[in-house]
Design a protein around this ligand. Sequence first.
Ligand SMILES: *Cc1c(COP(=O)(O)O)cnc(C)c1O
Length: 441
Amino acid sequence: MVILEGLSRVAPWASARAQRRLSELESVLAGQDAAEVVRTVTGTLGEHRRAFDEEGVVLYAGTNTMSPRALAVHEAAVSSRPSMGWPGEKFQAGLEHLDVLETLAPLRMASLMDGEFAEVRLQSATLANLACYTAFARPGDTIAVLPEAAGGHASHHAQGVAGVRGLRVVDLPYDAAGFTIDHALLPGFLRRERPAIVVVGASLMLFPHDVAAVRAACDEVGATLVYDASHVAGLIAGRRFQRPLADGAHILTMSTYKSFGGPPGAAIVTRDEELAARVSAAAYPGLTANYDAARLAPLAVTAAELAETGPAYADACMAAALALARALQGAGFTVAAADLGWTASHHVAVDAAAFGGGDEAARALAAGGVYLSGIGLPCQPPGEPMRGLRIGTQEITRRGFVPDQMGAVAELMARILIKGEDPAAVLPDTAALRRSVTGGR
Ligand SMILES: *Cc1c(COP(=O)(O)O)cnc(C)c1O
């Protein structure tokens, strides 16, 4: 049979690669009755659980597994009950029990993240960033963000919610070799561009930002400084890496499910009551009406746990990252930022140019049960496809992996990418390594 492009019913506008996959699935899945759909979905969830939770070595930086106590309080039934408005004046009567969650979660999040106020109702960090753009900028204003090659997230850029808000996006001056903002150029740049908002924080964060220096430059032009802690929130909760709000960020936005290890969703934290009130109004009734109160139970539990175990967890994540960077270098990989000590976080970046780029390399590793993603590297020329592989050690740390096992992880990756072994032949060894690690935190 000849498969023609443009035949996907789900997304006939998608890329050729996506359409091939979609149309292959569509031909099997179309026309199932309810019982068949239930069987299909149940089987899919089981396969996914086995591949990722039981037999996968998950090095994807934007993921995690919730703690047993957080998982135990995540109740799907609560998600289907709408909740709208502040405790004490809910649109719906009789939600006093949920008021407890809605009070506990922001209290715990605000203190854990070093702030005074936390907005926890938004479903994603993308929406958290949009809430900030809504509160602190008007359409036509300028926003200065990290370049995409330096990990600037889609939600900072024109194709994402900065564009949705109608903002003019400019890239902050960046020192690619130093993996940092170019602080010599920053003050003059901000005086010229006059942004309403400056966003630091990115999808690859090997090293902390000099937040105090960025804040000083922002103050000269009256810009609001947003620190997007989506990836490093778990380290900050553990009082490691850096303290963005103490160092001068006006606002911290974050994903609650990456290194933080809570349920999917977002938080926005600040020490400033006036800024908090504006963000809150942007969140509700601006960007949400009813919100998912079920998230707040595992969020409160995760925050309470991190207040106790966060320092040890953050230390373990960072020790694993350093050990893995060293092991990968030893196995023949080119690890980014070698002259800077590779990493000061739970992230590691590998130059994958020799393996066809980050996406190709990630696909090969996935076939061997090692899951991660591509990432742009700051040194790559504009237009080159993502050249790096991004690794995060937060999930394997929670699963119970320790630095001594990073040599074995690097060896799996080297067998597939450097020695060119068939990933299918490596897969059983990946599963065996994963199954040998038990008793995570
Ligand atoms: C993942 C990420 C986001 C978006 O988070 P979602 O919850 O997926 O919307 C925003 N900013 C940065 C830097 C991220 O890495």
